[in-house]
Design a protein around this ligand. Sequence first.
Ligand SMILES: [Fe+2]
Ligand SMILES: [Fe+2]
Length: 389
Amino acid sequence: MNHTGAGVQKTEVSGTHQLIENKWCSLRQMEIATEPSNEKETNGEKKEIKVLLVDDEPFICDLLSRWLTSEGYLCTTSLSGESALELLAKETYHLVLSDIRMPGMSGLDLLKIVTKSFPDAAVIVVTAVDEQKTAIKTLKSGAYGYIVKPFDKSEILVNIANALERRRVTLLMREYECNLEWSVQERTAQVRAREEQIILRLLSASEYRDDETGAHIRRIGMYSSVIAQALGWDSQTVDDIRLAAPMHDVGKIGIPDRILQKPGQLTPEEFEIMKKHTEIGGCILDNSDIPVLRMAQEIALSHHEKWDGTGYPRGLAGEAIPQSGRIVAVVDVYDALIHKRVYKPALPEEEVLSILSDGRGKHFDPIILDHFMNLLPEMRRIRTQIREE
Ligand SMILES: [Fe+2]
Ligand SMILES: [Fe+2]
């Protein structure tokens, strides 16, 4: 350790000792003057404050320990950075007062480790006059203060009080931010759960009349979210399509039973009426400022559009069809063909995949179909997970 203050040599430990003691004594009156304001703290919280004093010079450790203990702090001393870390690992300290220049681990190294691994501890560094540049560097590295040798008791106490106050405010802010983040997350999750519940209620109303099962609409949501993820959508939008895609046929609520529940093929006139479910769904979900409902509206309107422009209701082609609608187009056909319906048996997967491949670049967006094919194992897993009731 370098105790060199103005004109004091490193080897003159006893001289330094005297210098510190003298300065301390000459300031006793000042300390006494400050005592009334400290008294309350001494009888209160301060007694609980644990300070770790790190200096390779036992005398400095003893001196600081005596000063601080008399002020009500609980002091532990350590003669090296290494042993200070061992103590910090075992116990929580509010404050670390560390010398910079020590054999082995320097105070700067100790500061860096404490700031990273024990962020609740405030660190004050103690430095010789000729190390002021280092001192400034330590402030940038997270020190709460620095004290220049030779120091006196009042400097130490003022620095400690400032550091502890800053630490208190920092911890409060950290806790506040953490609580705020937690409550925002909790609130978002609550809102999401409500949205999900409302959507499921709306869907269960339409399920009463439709041949399509609850399992089908849940699978459509899951398949769609898997493809959206593969397309690089952000996690929120991926979750939106999981909830929005099941609403693709919500407009069927406006289609008469004689058409909706007809067991055989529809006549051309009946099919024209059936096609209206896209626009009815679009109207039901129109003008919402909730993102998931806006996406659901887009899907309801566009899931029967075809890549080559021969779909309905608007005959959109290529990328003019919203991507969400292009995703649902693929997974809706896949799921409808592979499962049994009142008007048709279930088809073997091989046949379903061949129908889908025939529609590549005609009915289906080729890129989305390729993603779907690559993700087939995942699609099969969803089918096993969500079976027909
Ligand atoms: Fe549909
Ligand atoms: Fe469907």
